[in-house]
Write a protein that binds this ligand. Sequence first.
Ligand SMILES: Nc1nc2c(c(=O)[nH]1)N[C@@H](CN(C=O)c1ccc(C(=O)N[C@@H](CCC(=O)O)C(=O)O)cc1)CN2
Length: 285
Amino acid sequence: MAASIIDGKQIASAIREEIRAETEALKARGIVPGLAVVLVGDDPASKVYVGNKEKACQAMGFHSEVHRLPAETPQDDLLALIERLNGDPAIHGILVQLPLPKHIDEKAVIDAIRVDKDVDGFHPVSTGNLMIGDDSLLPCTPAGCIELLKRTGIEIAGKHAVVIGRSNIVGKPAAMLLLREHATVTICHSRTANLEEIARQADILVVAIGKPKAIDARYVKPGAVVLDVGVNRLPDGKLAGDVDFESASEVAGWITPVPGGVGPMTITMLLRNTLTAAKRIHGIG
Ligand SMILES: Nc1nc2c(c(=O)[nH]1)N[C@@H](CN(C=O)c1ccc(C(=O)N[C@@H](CCC(=O)O)C(=O)O)cc1)CN2
């Protein structure tokens, strides 16, 4: 194996210590950061992620609420809950776990969240702010990717970053954040012609396509940095990324594993966004 591992667990844990120190300082001023997570339905992976978010908040000393609603919850009931949380002074961050059941319009739900409590960074105003470089709460997984690069000492400015995947929650915001860090950015997707050839030009390759082990050594330039955002459950119960780790790590210079790479950063960035939201709502920082 040629590549060095980017250890997301270790980096996430260092950031959590920074968040802990800031949280203690905030609590000394009588402000307890509060996060409300809303889960609709029984998706097994979502249940695990929401449980992990709850545990992370509790471990950080945040106020934590999880609203678990049945799969058949009418959209209006969900919107009414969000409206209540928007006005709740103990809540600084609101997150609706995705995916939602099919009868619920995801956009209507995200639009209903108060922008200054939008700790997922998915609201159209947050997205617009990201585009124009204004200070908004950043989507957690893409923000985690940038932290991994910076804290590993990887230069972003002037590099060619190729993002494979154009989802609103990972691919597009990851591309915007890399651009903000002065990378030259190419976004690829399912209809990109010559994907292999374009990916092989990347100094930084971010893969977020939701297809297990789809990207192997043929797509990686020797020495490139590979960030694997995929978390796919295989039929044998094991987790795999979107990158074929065995193959790609023979060629890459740096690579994130799955599990233990980008994944642990997602909840850490959520904690950081909740802390930031609490400070801003109280006019601090
Ligand atoms: N409202 C949101 N919904 C979803 C988001 C999101 O950011 N906001 N992202 C994903 C799921 N997700 C958080 O919700 C998430 C995914 C993966 C991990 C993680 O820690 N992965 C670990 C492996 C965990 C395991 O064993 O299953 C890793 O990669 O090391 C955390 C959070 C979709 N929905």
